[in-house]
Design a protein around this ligand. Structure first.
Ligand code: TYM
Length: 323
């Protein structure tokens, strides 16, 4: 049994990329492992945001975890800011990280381009992410491909800590799934992202007509053949991959099923599949109250704290911070 940690930033709508690249895998991992699944609100405030929307996004993200099948009795499901040990460990780890390691991060460079006058919080983001993982001495981190560089940095920080103060942290490994990179519907050369234009992603809470309209408008490739070839046909390959992951069929089988059919037929069929798959998310919005969800997150935070406090105390001891 391994210790697993992962999280989603509650910025904007939780989408199909988060679902297929991360959350669906989390559900499987909780069967055999001790899992900590977090809503990383402190990460969400590292770029401009509206405080009024933050709570709504936290609640929707937590609801998405629950509907997808995260069991709050089996896994520890909690809100990052309710466990202040995350920020304390981030400070301690920050003393070990060369600034150059942070400025070379791809996500940092991309975000700096987007948000002029980037703040220190954005630069330090990967240190907080490392603290999230190491606070629980996690060994496995199920994420999409875009997070690999951050996990590699986390490994470096862990091994630097171990070399400097004595072996304490395991070196966490990323865990990728077939859905590691779901692409944007409007530009399939890029990943699907919640900070892009809403036409480019399917939110887990989108109503049926909107799902239908977004999939039918999805950018596809020249030609007519329905074939999986991410380099030559990124648009169609993305739709085929989503179809396969949702239906549980092999991509080859989906290709065969649509042989000789048109792009439009594939799109209509995929839209119907998605409308069905995502129905429980839409229904849950009406069925669960905000207070009920917040209660789950608070109870989870109490469980997380038990482990977090114990590990942080040991880290401080090793660093000579015990008087
Ligand atoms: P975030 O909120 O951007 O994304 C949450 C998870 O979804 C994955 N993901 C995707 N997977 C496939 N295709 C896509 N288009 C796609 N878009 C997003 C992400 O890889 C991620 O696994 N920094 C992290 C949150 C975080 C974290 C952590 C993750 C904070 N601390 C500790 C793991 C461990 C982030 O912004 O993810």
């Amino acid at each position: 049994m391994a210790i697993v940690f992962s999280g989603v930033r509650p910025s904007g709508e939780i989408h199909l990329g988060n679902y297929l690249g991360a959350i669906k895998v989390w559900v499987e991992l909780q069967r055999e492992h001790q899992c900590f699944y977090c809503i990383v609100d402190l990460h969400a405030i590292s770029t401009p945001y509206n405080p009024k929307d933050l709570k709504k996004n936290i609640v929707k993200t937590c609801l998405a975890y629950l509907v997808a099948g995260i069991d709050s009795k089996k896994s520890v499901l909690f809100l990052q800011s309710l466990v202040p040990e995350h920020t304390e460990l981030a400070w301690l780890l920050g003393t070990l990280v060369p600034v150059g390691d942070l400025t070379r991060m791809t996500q940092y460079k991309e975000k700096v381009k987007k948000h002029k006058q980037a703040k220190a919080g954005l630069l330090n983001y990967p240190i907080l992410q490392s603290a999230d993982i190491l606070l629980y001495r996690a060994e496995l981190v199920p994420v999409g491909r875009d997070q690999i560089q951050h996990i590699e940095l986390c490994r470096e920080i862990a091994s630097r800590f171990n070399r400097t103060f004595g072996k304490f942290f395991p070196l966490p490994k990323p865990f990728l799934s077939e859905g590691e990179k779901i692409r944007s519907l409007t530009d399939p050369t890029k990943k699907m992202s919640k900070t892009d234009n809403p036409q480019s992603y399917i939110s887990l809470f989108d109503p049926p007509d909107l799902i239908y309209q977004k999939i039918l408008k999805a950018v596809t490739d020249s030609g007519k053949e329905i074939r999986f070839s991410p380099l030559k046909k990124p648009g169609i390959s993305n739709l085929l991959l989503i179809y396969a992951l949702i239906s549980g069929k092999e991509i080859k089988k989906v290709e065969e099923d649509f042989e000789g059919k048109s792009y439009l037929e594939l799109k209509k069929s995929l839209a119907e599949l998605l409308i069905d798959e995502l129905e429980p998310f839409r229904l849950a919005l009406k069925e669960h109250s905000e207070s009920e969800i917040i209660k789950v997150l608070k109870e989870g935070a109490e469980k997380a704290k038990e482990v977090a406090q114990e590990n942080l105390a040991q880290v401080k001891e090793l660093m000579g911070l015990r008087v």
